[in-house]
Design a protein around this ligand. Sequence first.
Ligand code: 6LJ
Length: 196
Amino acid sequence: MAAAGQKSVLFVCLGNICRSPIAEAVFRKMATEAGVVDNWRIDSAATSTYEIGNSPDDRGQACMKRHSVPMRHVARQWVIDSGATSDWNVGSLPDTRGLACLKKHGIETSHRARQVTKEDFKSFEYILCMDESNLSELNRKAKSVKDYKAKIELLGSYDPQNQRIIKDPYYGSDEDFEKVYEQCVRCCKVFLERNS
Ligand SMILES: N#Cc1ccccc1-c1cc(NCCCN2CCCCC2)c2ccccc2n1
């Protein structure tokens, strides 16, 4: 849940291992450099269940390293996980108070792919996705959520070069991940400017 007064944005793509973790990392770096990251709740999710629990794609992580963009990801050597006895909060994020506490003690949280939940439509101000199929899937899911508040938009609608669609690079090359990165940089810059 976003703390009072915080803005909130959820980046979404098909599997939450390629495009949306890159968009999340790029936006978090921009907000940090602008000194406003604490005003934001920033996360990413998938429309599908394809990759739940998996870390971001290696090609995307390599791309982020090339551009010195920190990316939250699951530690490679150890698989350390946690679970619940109940199903009350399946799919939800750790509580923001807990995340704030971890952050205060300099403990990084890792990102694992997760599917978008009904709660996301109620708690995020913006849900920014990558292509028309994400958009139609999100609008379909939103129909089953009463009085949700999220503005569901294409991240590409913020692109000054008007490239509205950020294509799925899953079957692509490193160049395709570079293109995703460049589009995310252009779009996140304008989105942050319009919401600062
Ligand atoms: N689907 C499609 C598709 C179509 C065109 C271009 C890319 C993709 C594509 C395929 C993926 N996983 C392979 C198929 C997964 N299985 C599909 C049938 C159900 C069981 C799971 C992806 C995984 C993560 C992120 C993006 C992905 N994108």
